[in-house]
Design a protein around this ligand. Structure first.
Ligand code: 13P
Ligand code: SF4
Length: 303
C-alpha cells in the first residue's frame, strides 16, 4: 500500500493535481485526500483550487459540478460507473414537463442531479444550504423541488413554503428505518440522534438534529455528548472518530452504505492519475446554464 500511496503523491505533484473526497468515501480515501467535505464544501473547494487537475473521489454529479464551476480544469472520476441513483430519478425532459405544468414556479434542484437538470433549474442547493436558499426566494412564488422528496419535504417543514415535490429519494438513506433508530436509542438512551435530511419523515421526526454531513462534523466538535446515533451513510464515522476519538458513534443499520461511493479505491485513484481518466466534461451550452444555478448555490452559506 505504501508504494501505491507514494506513486499517487508523486504523480499528484507532477500533474499539479488535487484529490477531493466526499465524507462517505472509504476511510483510506478520506485519509489520502487533500480535502474532504460535504457537497457544498467540495463545490466551493473545486471552484477555488489552484490545481490544474481535480481527482474527484465521489460520485458523477459531484465531478460534473466541479467541471461546471471550473471548466478550465481537468476533472477526473476514478470510476466512471460511480453514479447517484437519486440523481438519475429525474431527467431534463421530465423537469421541462413539470415546469410546463407549473408556469411561474421557481425550480430548486438538489445538487444530486445531472448537469442537464441543473441547466433547467433556477437555483441549486445542497443539504447544508437548502433551507436558507428557499427562505431567500420571493414569498409569492411556488417552488418546484427536485429530485429528493425527503430533502424537499424537510425544506417545506422548516420554511413553511409551498413546495411541489418530485418523488425521488436516496436508496441508501431509505434503508435507515424508524425501527432502526428506536432500537439504537433503546440501547444507547443518552445518545444524540443526528440524521441526514435525505432520511424519511419518521426518521426525521425521531432525530434530535437534521444535518448535512459537514454540519454533523461541526456539531460533534462542539457537543458535550459522548454518544451519537448516525442516521446517514456510515463512511462519515471514519472522520468523526478521527476528529473526536473520545465519543462513540452508532450506525443504526449495517445497510447504510452507498455502493457507488465505495467504488473509488486507492488503486483506482492511482490509475486515474496515471491514465488521466475518466475525464468528466459538460457541454458548453449545458454548462453555461447550470453554472448560473450553481453559482447562486455557492453564494448562500448555511447559517
Ligand atoms: P452532504 O455531504 O452534502 O450532506 O450530502 C450527502 C449525500 O448524499 C451526497 O450524495
Ligand atoms: Fe446518491 Fe444516496 Fe449515494 Fe448520496 S448516498 S450519492 S444521495 S445514492
Amino acid at each position: 500500500m505504501t508504494g501505491v500511496l507514494e506513486k499517487i503523491r508523486k504523480l499528484k505533484n507532477e500533474r499539479n493535481a488535487v484529490i477531493l473526497a466526499h465524507n462517505y468515501q472509504r476511510g483510506e480515501i478520506q485519509d489520502l485526500a487533500d480535502f474532504c467535505g460535504d457537497s457544498l464544501a467540495l463545490s466551493i473547494e473545486a471552484s477555488k483550487t489552484d490545481a490544474e487537475v481535480i481527482v474527484f473521489c465521489g460520485v458523477r454529479f459531484m465531478a460534473e459540478t466541479a467541471a461546471i464551476l471550473s471548466p478550465q480544469k481537468t476533472v477526473l472520476l476514478p470510476d466512471k460507473t460511480a453514479g447517484c441513483p437519486m440523481a438519475d430519478m429525474i431527467t431534463a425532459e421530465q423537469l421541462r414537463e413539470l415546469k410546463a405544468e407549473h408556469p411561474g414556479a421557481l425550480v430548486v434542484c438538489y445538487v444530486n442531479s445531472s448537469a442537464e437538470v441543473k441547466a433547467e433549474s433556477d437555483y441549486c442547493c445542497t443539504s447544508s444550504n437548502a433551507v436558507e436558499l428557499v427562505k431567500s426566494l420571493p414569498a409569492d412564488k411556488k417552488i418546484l423541488f427536485v429530485p429528493d422528496k425527503n430533502l424537499g419535504a424537510f425544506v417545506a417543514e422548516r420554511t413553511g413554503r409551498d413546495v411541489i415535490l418530485w418523488p425521488g429519494y436516496c436508496p441508501t438513506h431509505i434503508y435507515i428505518t424508524a425501527d432502526d433508530i428506536q432500537n439504537a436509542k433503546s440501547k444507547y438512551p443518552d445518545a444524540v440522534i443526528m440524521s441526514h435530511p435525505e432520511c424519511n419523515k419518521e426518521v426525521r421526526e425521531l432525530s434530535d438534529e437534521l444535518l448535512s454531513t459537514g454540519q454533523m462534523l461541526k456539531f460533534v466538535k462542539k457537543s458535550p455528548a459522548k454518544q451519537f446515533i448516525i442516521g446517514t451513510e456510515k463512511g462519515i464515522i471514519h472522520t468523526l472518530k478521527k476528529e473526536n476519538p473520545n465519543a462513540e458513534y452508532i450506525s443504526p443499520t449495517e445497510r447504510a452504505i452507498c455502493p457507488n461511493m465505495k467504488k473509488i479505491t486507492i488503486d483506482k485513484v492511482l490509475w486515474s492519475l496515471e491514465e488521466m481518466k475518466t475525464l468528466v466534461t459538460v457541454k458548453q451550452e449545458i454548462r453555461d446554464k447550470a453554472k448560473k444555478a450553481l453559482e447562486r448555490m455557492v453564494e448562500i452559506l448555511p447559517s
